[in-house]
Design a binder for this molecule. Structure first.
Ligand code: ADP
Ligand code: MG
Length: 452
């Protein structure tokens, strides 16, 4: 018996190595390290996982990868099965926060927050393009097509993070760069002070000597004519000498009110990229990352609960983790469901339960696709109806993180493999079918799940 057990562990290690070659480190860490290989039962390789959420996640994301890795290891087709761990894992394990140890004591002149890096920025379809563009700018500052780079989007979606990450990376590549990093309010204040002290020439020189100029939240230039004038000249000097400019804003530059048109037209010479609210999967990944950064190990059911309720804003997700930590240590209680519900309730203003519901989603899909709601949740296999049903299933998972079983139950009592198939189909269609992409974007927008 022991022999078989040893074999299983050895085999699993091999499977693990195969997976490591294919999947990103954070996926291995989050989803594969907690798996315990148990042994063979009725011809299936049995893997123990912490809970149902975990099981569904792996099934819907990594099924094919596991099958392939098992096949490679055994040179044969091998079935596998999950078993959910019976005993409850310890809820909180606390270690000292890791970040502080790496922070230099002296505050740096450029105010770059060293915690904002590309490495700890979680990527999803909501911010992928913004991150890629930012990284490219950091590695090749001043390149014509990306100058200025404007990162825009709603509150708490990572604009400042990306901008600082650009500064940090550029400095890593070249310590000698003069990076000026400032908010538009500081810029304004600095300018007003220079006027008062008759030092506008020094002011201009200061800014114009930068190799990379980072200005956060330029919507605050709104209505400040003289500051805009100064900024316009600074912008031109830097741009003409091939120095990189990175700006963040709350809206697409073309839609910004109160900024001079000549400024807006300058912005068009570069690249504008947006950040959108993260979907359920990205929210889970962010929560896992933030919990780990804070030395907190949370049950997956808790992570899932938070991700289902806090939807629009990464800062809020982070705030929830920190609040949980603070409350549990102040009150000296374990982080349990009650505490989590309490904290999440505070955050969403008491509205526990989703503002967006499955019914809501079906209603919107019905409006857009002109398929009756009853048909969407019914049994028909007609092509248009199936498609509307699949889109609805996809949106339930994507926005709310509804479990596969619950989705299946709601949509005509289907089982979870049907749901997985639906999600996969929509995912594929979404990337190569413009009509599908438009439909999904517009429904998300109507459900208020997009900042535009
Ligand atoms: P914004 O400037 O868009 O309002 P921030 O950049 O200040 O938002 O982000 C708010 C918080 O959320 C920051 O602590 C940031 O590190 C974190 N954050 C935002 N997006 C991500 C992400 N994709 N991955 C990791 N952390 C993120
Ligand atoms: Mg910001």
């Amino acid at each position: 018996m022991d022999n078989i057990k040893e074999d299983v562990v050895g085999a699993w290690n091999q499977v693990h190595r195969c997976l490591e070659k294919k999947l990103p480190g954070h996926a291995i860490h989050a989803w594969f390290e907690p798996i315990i290989p148990v042994g063979f039962r009725n011809g299936s390789f049995v893997l123990e996982v912490p809970n149902q959420f975990f099981l569904e996640w792996i099934e819907s994301h990594y099924k094919d990868d596991i099958i392939k890795a098992l096949e490679k290891t055994y040179s044969d087709k091998i079935q596998y099965k999950f078993l959910i761990t019976k005993e409850k894992k310890k809820k909180v394990e606390r270690t000292a926060p890791q970040t502080s140890a790496f922070e230099p004591k002296a505050k740096r002149f450029n105010n770059l927050n060293l915690k904002y890096t590309f490495e700890n920025f979680i990527v999803g379809s909501n911010n992928e393009f913004a991150k890629t563009a930012s990284e490219s700018v950091a590695n090749n500052p001043g390149e014509q097509n990306f100058n200025p780079l404007i990162i825009y989007g709603g509150v708490g979606l990572g604009k400042t993070h990306l901008m600082h990450a650009i500064g940090n990376r550029a400095l890593e590549n070249n310590r000698d760069l003069n990076i000026v990093n400032i908010t538009s309010e500081q810029f304004t204040l600095d300018f007003v002070n220079s006027l008062r002290k008759n030092k506008t020439i020094e002011f201009a020189q200061n800014y114009r000597s930068s190799d990379i100029l980072l200005i956060d939240d330029i919507q605050f230039f709104r209505g400040k004519e003289q500051t805009q004038e100064q900024f316009f000249h600074t912008f031109n000097v830097l741009h003409q000498s091939g120095k990189q400019i990175v700006l963040t804003a709350d809206k697409f530059p073309g839609e910004m009110k109160g900024l001079q048109t000549r400024l807006l037209s300058r912005f068009q010479s570069g690249l504008s990229v947006d950040v959108q609210p993260p979907n359920f999967e990205v929210r889970v990944a962010i929560l896992l990352e933030k919990a780990e950064q804070n030395g907190l190990s949370l049950d997956y059911s808790i992570i899932e609960f938070i991700a289902q309720h806090i939807k629009n804003n990464v800062r809020e997700l982070e705030g929830t983790i920190i609040r949980l930590l603070a409350k549990s240590s102040l009150l000296n209680v374990e982080i349990n469901n009650r505490l989590v519900t309490e904290v999440v309730k505070e955050r969403v203003g008491g509205r526990i339960g989703n503002q967006v519901s499955i019914e809501n989603i079906v209603k919107k899909v019905s409006e857009v696709s002109h398929i009756k709601e009853n048909d969407i949740v019914g049994k028909s296999r007609k092509m248009e109806i199936t498609e509307a049903r699949q889109v609805s299933m996809y949106l339930c998972r994507d926005i709310m993180g509804t479990s596969l079983n619950n989705i299946g139950m709601f949509f005509g009592g289907r089982d979870h493999t049907t749901v997985i198939h639906a999600l996969k189909t929509v995912n594929e269609k979404k990337s190569n079918n413009v009509r599908m992409k438009k439909m999904i974007t517009s429904i998300r927008k109507e459900l208020g799940f997009s900042f535009l």
